[in-house]
Design a protein. Structure first.
Length: 100
């Protein structure tokens, strides 16, 4: 299974490399105000992909930090509840009625 994963990664890399080699001709990317940029199509696609992925990661950072704060708070709450009412050795915990 491990070799299959590596083979799949190599196949994807080879396909992308072939795409880049077939689209190596320089193109003009025209911006506003008459500004133009001349670069290979594969490089332009790669740059826009990286910029888009970076913006996507930056957009999700707020939620990641919120979830981390919530996780820290819940761990503190769990620790305080365990310290408040520790389970005795002779106590048994019953399963909830809706458990299977």
């Amino acid at each position: 299974m491990h070799y299959l994963g590596w083979a799949l990664k190599f196949l994807i890399f080879a396909m992308l490399f072939g795409f880049a080699m077939h689209n190596a001709a320089p193109i003009d990317l025209n911006f506003f105000l008459g500004y133009s940029w001349n670069a290979p199509l594969a490089m332009i696609l790669l740059i826009f992909f990286v910029v888009g992925a970076t913006f996507g990661l930056l957009a999700s950072l707020g939620q990641v930090f919120r979830l981390r704060r919530e996780l820290v708070q819940l761990r503190k709450e769990l620790k305080s509840r365990v310290n408040m009412h520790p389970v005795q050795a002779d106590q048994t915990l019953e399963q909830p009625k809706d458990a299977i």
